[in-house]
Design a binder for this molecule. Structure first.
Ligand SMILES: [Zn+2]
Length: 273
């Protein structure tokens, strides 16, 4: 059996015929200069998204994200960044034609712990043809998830593969931050064209204090009800409509009184946790 050492591929942009070695994955068309990625025998356009953020700016975005409401109190001040890496991560970019219009779907072309990565938004105008010579010093993560695997994941998530009108490979720039919080390691990605932060897990606010407070509130209001009717009964020991009415009357004030410490504790928890 002989190995084919060279073959011809047709450029998806201009239709020009290019020669390519069997093991080659990247090609710049000798006629129009556009960039092509070869996955097995499939040929797709290869794009790159430019980075607009420095490492310092990306870290600033990460700290602001950490200061947000979903994260544990003072995470932005206490998180200790241990490592930052910058790379261009490969994503399969599918455009589908639906009755509602065009839609973009992304699938990672390499394994990643941050599955949120496929929810990033890439405006079509940000896709630039990839030219190897422009990125000699940069890290490009290899696209090792095959096109067909990405397509089958897409159909598993409910997209009809027959509706795919366009596919390409896109390398998107990311700052990957690793940080320590209370001895635990976490990671987050800052997408370097938009500055958006993506993460799957982070030190979240604990819900336990709120659950305990809720249980305490039920108990306290229950006791306030019982106490109100007990007081009413002590004042007029004969059971009558008036006793019940007076009990209800006292209850209003008992509830207001009970609400004061509960509100104060809730406020304190929000500030502290
Ligand atoms: Zn071409």
């Amino acid at each position: 059996m002989s190995e084919i050492s060279s073959s011809k591929i047709i450029c998806p942009q201009c239709g020009g015929e290019n020669s390519i070695r069997a093991d080659e994955k990247f090609l710049e068309c000798e006629y129009c200069g556009s960039s092509v990625f070869i996955d097995k025998r499939r040929i797709v356009s290869h794009f790159v998204v430019n980075s607009n953020f420095t490492k310092e700016q990306a870290e600033g975005n990460l700290r602001r994200w950490m200061a947000g409401n979903y994260h544990v109190k003072d995470l932005d001040k206490l998180a200790q960044i241990t490592q930052v890496s910058f790379y261009y991560f490969p994503l399969w970019y599918f455009k589908t034609k639906d009755p509602q219009g065009d839609r973009i779907h992304l699938q990672p072309a390499h394994s990643t712990p941050v599955s949120e990565i496929k929810n990033i938004q890439i405006p079509a105008g940000n896709l630039k043809p990839y030219h190897k010579s422009d990125f000699t010093d940069e890290v490009f993560v290899e696209a090792d998830v095959l096109y067909d695997s990405a397509k089958s994941w897409l159909s598993q998530s409910g997209v009809n593969p027959d509706n795919i009108s366009e596919s390409s490979l896109v390398n998107v720039p990311f700052y990957h931050f690793y940080y320590l919080y209370k001895g635990q390691q976490y990671s987050a990605l800052v997408e370097a064209s938009s500055g958006m932060v993506y993460a799957n897990i982070w030190p979240a606010k604990s819900e336990m204090p709120f659950k305990i407070l809720f249980a305490a509130a039920i108990l306290l209001f229950g006791l306030a009800s019982i106490a109100s009717f007990a007081v009413s009964f002590l004042i007029s020991p004969d059971i009558s409509a008036e006793t019940v009415f007076f009990g209800e009357f006292i209850k209003i004030f008992a509830y207001i009184l009970a609400a004061v410490p509960l509100t104060a504790i809730a406020y304190w928890i929000v500030k502290k946790v």
